[in-house]
Design a protein around this ligand. Structure first.
Ligand SMILES: [Zn+2]
Ligand SMILES: [Zn+2]
Length: 414
């Protein structure tokens, strides 16, 4: 198949007409063409940048313009601009990309490694490194090339590589500062290894999930990462504090008056470290907690301390997991380890701690149900049903739980 003809009208390509050998050859040729097109795209972006053609149109810079016109992410756009500029100074790497012999990912690795070479390396040393990497790029995938590049750097300047890493570890820090308006600012530095760990642990938790109205997740990547970070802390606390017990949540200590908890208003609850918290939040936290009743004197000194008990016992929690199998909120289904047992009628309002009054919800959906107007009921089928607030569904049609088990169909035989 003629590649130029195919590219002129990709939708019109009838792949079924190709024999298997021809199909493989076509796939190989397409790969080469994609690389060549990427090379051309980078040279075009570089030319636009050199002419200031994006700034002329009022864009802050070329990357910003690229984001607007091509809808690539800001990160990807600025990587493309940087790569284009770097390749402009590496004609042999650019030529290899144009010929389709390597991918833009290869070129990115080569550029990154060359930029990290020590400043005092003589020119012929830099040339030798570039040739070595380029040859490797023609034979290896980008990940293998990246490993090779790191080995090269470690060989050329072993002390540098190690020192850089150790300096980075020494600079690790995290600050959580109270901004006084209910917000706390988290800032800090991580070394590469720690950042890698953070990414690998947080990424799966930060995946988009359907929004509360069932639509696409509109949270920004930063917002998703922030939510994931909090989930992770909750999970760590669960496991660090109660080995074996699983999912109880005794790690966030909250002092609240029993009468205020039942009334839903009154004196605010108190967190150990950070002070007051709304009664509404206290009721949510109390849904699935370890409770220690105390009688205090008028000065707030405990006179009597009762037995600490879990609101939801292990056996009942297992039953709840068997029924809901994770967050029951429609469209969610996060695993049970991330979930709280929510009381449909709060125990502080004399609701039963029983399967007929409990539903498993992830931290996010527990919040949605407590604070954003969703209602939960247990239906005649003894399964949870979720009724959206009027702004999502004016008819208020209840929606079934996420992973409800399908009942075997009854066969009617004539
Ligand atoms: Zn709850
Ligand atoms: Zn959920």
């Amino acid at each position: 198949m003629e590649i130029a003809v195919a590219l002129a009208e990709p939708a019109g390509v009838e792949l079924w007409r190709l024999g298997t050998d021809e199909l493989r050859a076509f796939a190989r040729e397409l790969g080469t063409t994609v690389s060549a097109i990427q090379g051309l795209q980078l040279r075009t972006i570089t030319e636009i940048d050199r002419r200031g053609a994006a700034i002329e149109l009022g864009a802050a810079n070329t990357a910003r313009w690229l984001t607007d016109v091509s809808h690539v992410s800001p990160g990807a756009a600025s990587r493309m601009v940087q790569l284009g500029l770097a390749l402009d100074r590496l004609p042999d790497v650019a030529a290899a990309l144009d010929s389709g012999a390597l991918l833009s990912e290869h070129a990115e690795v080569i550029v990154r490694v060359l930029q990290q070479l020590p400043d005092d390396l003589p020119d012929d040393g830099v040339d030798a490194c570039r040739t070595y990497l380029l040859e490797a790029a023609l034979a290896e995938d980008p990940q293998a090339l990246n490993r090779r590049g790191r080995e090269l750097l470690a060989r050329i300047s072993p002390d540098d590589a190690e020192l850089t890493e150790e300096h980075a570890v020494a600079r690790r820090e995290l600050r959580i500062s109270d901004c006084g308006d209910g917000l706390h600012k988290v800032t800090g530095w991580l070394d590469t290894e720690a950042a890698e760990l953070a990414h690998s642990v947080l990424s799966p938790l930060a995946k988009p999930r359907p929004a509360d109205d069932g639509e696409r997740d509109t949270r920004s990547p930063a917002k998703r990462l922030g939510d994931a970070f909090v989930d992770l802390l909750g999970r760590a606390a669960d496991h660090a504090c109660v080995p074996g017990e699983g999912y109880a949540r005794p790690h966030l200590t909250l002092h609240v008056r029993a009468d205020a908890l039942a009334a839903g208003h009154g004196p605010a609850a108190e967190l150990t470290f950070l002070g007051p918290l709304s009664i509404a939040a206290a009721r949510r936290l109390a849904c699935d907690a370890e409770i220690t009743p105390m009688t205090l004197d008028e000065n707030g000194v405990p006179l009597d301390v009762g037995r600490t008990t879990y609101v939801v016992s292990g056996g009942l929690r297992r039953a709840l997991i068997a029924r809901d199998r994770g967050c029951a909120f429609p469209g969610c289904g996060r695993p049970p380890g991330w979930c709280h047992a929510h009381h449909i009628v709060h125990w502080a309002d004399n609701g039963d701690t029983a399967l007929s009054n409990l539903v498993l919800l992830c931290g996010h959906h527990h919040r949605v149900v407590h604070h954003h107007g969703w209602a939960v009921t247990i239906g005649d089928d003894r399964q949870p049903w979720f009724t959206p607030p009027a702004w999502i569904d004016p008819d208020g049609t209840p929606r079934p739980a996420h992973q409800r088990r399908h009942q075997p169909q009854l066969l009617s035989l004539e």
